[in-house]
Design a protein around this ligand. Sequence first.
Ligand code: PEP
Ligand code: MN
Length: 352
Amino acid sequence: MEFESILLPGVDAKRPFIIAGPCSAETEEQVMETARELSARGVKMFRAGIWKPRTKPGGFEGVGVKGLPWLKRVQEELGMYTAVEVATAGHVREALSHNVDILWIGARTSANPFAVQEIADALEGIDIPVFIKNPVNPDLDLWIGAIERVYNAGIRRIAAIHRGFSTSDKKIYRNLPQWHLPIELHRQLPNLPLICDPSHIGGKRELIAPLCQQAMDLNYDGLIVESHCNPDKAWSDAAQQVTPAVLDFILNTLVIRDMTQSTESLTALRRQIDELDDSLLELLAKRMRVSNEIGVYKKEHNMPILQEQRYDEILKTRIAQAEKMDMDGEFMKTVLVAIHEESVRHQMIIME
Ligand code: PEP
Ligand code: MN
């Protein structure tokens, strides 16, 4: 696939380009006030959700078409470009008939090939930039598939938005970044612009700045950030929205390194190492928990902690497996002995 530049006339080509605006358009006043404050700080592209996909019914599902004339005011009075999320062919038609400048496909929609195809069919013969968020699940092919469907409809101005991946583990992030997936997307489609959405990855204000910086260090082209004139009172995603003034501050503190190819790859590889270490730690902690349960079982059944035959079997099989996987047997032995020692220590505490 060969993509064309998504930069609209008057938008600075300098990294990062910024799309900002509220999660949702709520009222005409909120839209105009937020847009005015953003425009005064040099933001040229204004986002606002008109149709909101909500996890449960009964939440605020967006103002619908009545919000589109508000966006027209943003274009006409402030000279900004506008971007909305489309999830159906009907949304595409409404957005186009109100001259919206940019469309994006949300994460729940890009996970559904039927929905993406319906949108792609509605885009046939139209020339408009379309940004495609990663699907909620960490499936790179599904993301690429969504991009291909839109590309096959004739759209050439495409960008990918990385907004993280859904997980039941909501400890730090609302949506796990899994940086290796957008990195791999970039490896496969090097001329596809990549935009980071720190708002939906982080889910909280404090994470916007570090996530923006990480995206810049990974050489992303742009950022899409939720910004609201009164974030605490936002009707959706209040915890992750920042005022235009805070956004401006965050953007001004970003360090944009002019990276050569080699440092870019190094940062990308290090990011992969970070993710892998995370998984290793998770697995180790899980193994420790299971070993503790075994300790409880042994106590209840009056069994000794050290089961030599079992230990011997673990060492032999794992070392052989490691060697097959091109790892040194001695190294594997050191790791296994350390893990075993720690498990025994835990089980001894349990026995006390
Ligand atoms: C949004 O951008 O407001 C949105 C609903 O995002 P996502 O599709 O990433 O959840
Ligand atoms: Mn949102």
